[in-house]
Design a protein around this ligand. Structure first.
Ligand SMILES: NC(=O)C1=CN([C@@H]2O[C@H](COP(=O)(O)OP(=O)(O)OC[C@H]3O[C@@H](n4cnc5c(N)ncnc54)[C@H](O)[C@@H]3O)[C@@H](O)[C@H]2O)C=CC1
Ligand SMILES: O=C(O)CCC(=O)C(=O)O
Length: 445
């Protein structure tokens, strides 16, 4: 039986050169000592040692032909991390930075996140080091077809159900689904995030952003506050950021920033519904840079900068991992920020987490705050299995109920372990216990 420190040391040794995966493991395991003290049978069954190893990990060649007729070769992955409570479920990321470390961190986090949703979903993640930026629709289609030609061997509606993530949106899911259907001759719920006309769920595009805002609302209620009138900084300009802004606007908050890998726009007047519609066309149709916003709406553009220097009450990091470091956290706190809600996966570094926790900031960890996306994917799977579709209102009511429930679970679990108000600990312990109990019941596998 190893101690938590020994498990972490073994993970570091066995996964040398995988800093994001090591970071994610350390962050979860650091919360678990009180559970293992109360539940020695989990240590005896070596649950931690088993949980940090993916059940299966695929890496494959993805050859495709670009518009100039040149052969290109990318690397594809699918990490099937843990299926103790349900089919592997988690997104696909297409970004040049994709590697085993990033996908293992995302797959590991997904296991606990999916457990928090209360739906029967195991955890997985995949993707490729392909960069859709600057590629034609035809190139993206050829890449997706080649990627799915291999991936289809490993997935299925009752095995593993991928979805979108960075660089994988409605267009990519369409191409991927088409190729799966063509090869397998099987119209099935093998992917989520599908178009509403061919098996998708209403509100799946909105779900991650809306869910994060619902979670923030619940946190504020514990301090008898609401979002109305709050000034919010949002990073990113993709799926999660867009629908975070939409819901914040609906609830009376004012969003003053958005960003992409080029820089940040600062609009003190607020990014209202009309400006947001323009951003959606820019990012989802024209696939342009956020810097254009500054010219069109007379806002400030901070080239190469992230939004965290802009004074705000609430921060919604919604772009990528480790986008708020210790220095950013100090700046946010000095400027009066009292709520941080992680829409992206692991956007805060450990140093930023420590500073926010020391300041008693309302801090929603990603595995709780952004679980609305995968939860609504779970609802899409249910609709596919039933061969029917729910209304937007029905899906929104279920999503809202799930987010309220995740908040309550994290809040009550933290309190039960003597860490009242610590949503990081609450989320880690609640997600862990559910998966650990399932693994214990199913024997040594
Ligand atoms: N789409 C979904 O349903 C879910 C997404 N997430 C997480 O939310 C985050 C954003 O994902 P999506 O909005 O789906 O992706 P997206 O591809 O629609 O948008 C990503 C945005 O982040 C920006 N970005 C990417 N890498 C960056 C970098 N290195 N520096 C600065 N900006 C960068 C992009 O410019 C873009 O604006 C990711 O961490 C993802 O894992 C989490 C749960 C569900
Ligand atoms: O909806 C899904 O299955 C993917 C969601 C996801 O990738 C995430 O929660 O990070």
């Amino acid at each position: 039986m190893s101690s938590i420190h020994e498990v972490i040391a073994t993970v570091q040794r066995r996964n040398a050169g995988e800093p994001e995966f090591q970071q994610a493991v350390q962050e979860v395991l650091a919360s678990l000592a009180p559970v293992l003290e109360r539940r020695p049978e989990l240590r005896e069954a070596r649950i931690l040692e088993r949980m940090v190893e993916p059940e299966r990990q695929m890496m494959f060649r993805v050859p495709w032909v670009d518009d100039a007729g040149q052969v290109q070769v990318n690397r594809g992955f699918r990490i099937q991390f843990n299926s103790a409570i349900g089919v592997y479920k988690g997104g696909l990321r297409f970004h040049p930075s994709v590697n085993a470390s990033i996908l293992k961190f995302l797959g590991f986090e997904q296991v606990f996140k999916n457990a928090l949703t209360t739906l029967p979903l195991g955890g997985g993640k995949g993707g490729a080091d392909f960069d859709p930026k600057g590629k034609s629709d035809a190139e993206v289609m050829r890449f997706c077809q080649s990627f799915m030609t291999e991936l289809q061997r490993h997935i299925g509606a009752d095995t593993d159900v991928p979805a979108g993530d960075i660089g994988v949106g409605a267009r990519e899911i369409g191409f991927l689904f088409g190729q799966y259907r063509r090869i397998r001759n099987d119209f099935t719920g093998v992917l989520t995030g599908k178009g509403v006309g061919w098996g998708g769920s209403l509100l799946r595009p909105e779900a991650t952003g809306y869910g994060a805002v619902y979670f923030a609302e619940e946190m504020l209620k514990t301090r008898q506050q609401g979002l109305a009138g709050k000034v919010c900084a949002v990073s990113g300009a993709g799926n999660v950021a867009q629908y975070t802004v939409e819901k914040l606007n609906q609830l009376g908050a004012k969003v003053v920033t958005l960003s992409d890998s080029g820089g940040t726009i600062y609009d003190p007047a607020g990014i209202d519904a009309e400006k947001l519609a323009w951003v959606m066309a820019l990012k989802n149709v024209r696939r342009g840079r956020i810097s254009e916003y500054a010219q069109v709406f007379n806002a400030e553009y901070l080239a190469g900068k992230r939004p965290w220097g802009i004074p705000c009450d609430c921060a919604f990091p919604s772009a990528t991992q480790n986008e708020i470091d210790g220095t950013d956290a100090q700046t946010l706190l000095a400027n009066g920020c009292t709520l941080v809600c992680e829409g992206a996966n692991m956007p805060c570094t450990p140093a930023a987490f420590a500073l926010f926790q020391a300041a008693h900031t309302l801090l929603a960890p990603s595995k709780a705050a952004n679980a609305g996306g995968v939860a609504t994917s779970g609802l899409e799977m249910s609709q596919n299995a039933l061969r029917m579709g729910w209304t937007r209102e029905e899906v929104d009511a279920k999503l809202h109920g799930i987010m309220v429930n995740i908040h309550r679970t994290c809040f009550e679990t933290a309190a039960a372990y003597g860490q009242a108000g610590n949503y990081v600990v609450g989320a880690n312990i609640a997600g862990f216990v559910k998966v650990a109990d399932a693994m214990l019941a199913q024997g040594i596998i």
